[in-house]
Ligand binder design. Sequence first.
Ligand code: PBG
Ligand code: ZN
Length: 331
Amino acid sequence: MNRKAEVNRMIRMRRLRVNEAMRSLVRETSVSKSDLVYPMFVIEGNDIKNPVDSMPGIYQYSIDRMDEELDRVKEAEIPAVLLFGVPAHKDDCGSEAYNDEGVTQQAIRHIKKKMPHLLVIADVCLCEYTSHGHCGLIYGNEILNDETLKLLGKMAVSMAKAGADIIAPSDMMDGRVEYIRNALDENGYINTMLMAYSAKFASGYYSPFRDAAHSAPSFGDRRTYQMDPANRKEAVRECENDIAEGADVIMVKPALAYLDVVREVSDRTDYPIAVYNVSGEYSMVKAAAANGWIDEKRIVMENMTAMKRAGAKIIITYHALDVANWLREGE
Ligand code: PBG
Ligand code: ZN
């Protein structure tokens, strides 16, 4: 044995990186089209395609104009869309949210008829439907918890009846997952999946979304129901609670500033984890890319990889069409 060589042996990590074939052989994380969920905004009315100014490339569509976007979803082979309805009529109890003829319910029926295999996820929350823009019923300046649950239950059943495959409660009221699960089961929707926005933080990253969904609160903020961005342990408890209440998938939202939470939750549970790469995260990338300051494709794919590496299985992202098309080009 050549003793000298043994003594001098260096651990050469760069052997793993000599060329793309070698790098892909040892690559630990991959992003695939089947991980992606594309959020869509459907607005009441006719012949509408409104650009959302703070989210370049994202539009509000009326149902009669949705097909062009749905065709792109099909072409990109994205498995699921997350639907947000923007109703014409709002009131203090968000009654369009649980009107079987509401804009969201009609949009779900439209999509399921046109593309039966596309999974439709219905966001369940009142803020797009209430005149005050809060996610629950209000009494003075207080956001009521238990009274709100009944409406969320009705909303979830109405969405399931319209054909939603997945119900995604995003309101952050306590006990809503169990309440909604029971409501669905009692109405025969035992196979409607529940993807709970479990660790949803009170975040500044949601502001472009509120332009898109017309859901900004008219007074106060959401800090009495959404989580404090400083809390990791509490996020774990939120996830554990939702699992105990019957969630099938748990979610961490936003994604990029909260990847430590994703990692922690994924170390502690075998339940599938979704992350929501939210509007502000999208807008920042788009703005920097429009200025030529970053390489959009490279940055977006790096972000997608980071979310998977942190432990997410499902990625909800406004970049979904681009990501799916880039992945296909690379095939
Ligand atoms: C509604 C809801 C929000 C988002 C998804 N569902 C906004 C909020 O809580 O104010 C944010 C999505 C995004 O920013 O892309 N509760
Ligand atoms: Zn809400």
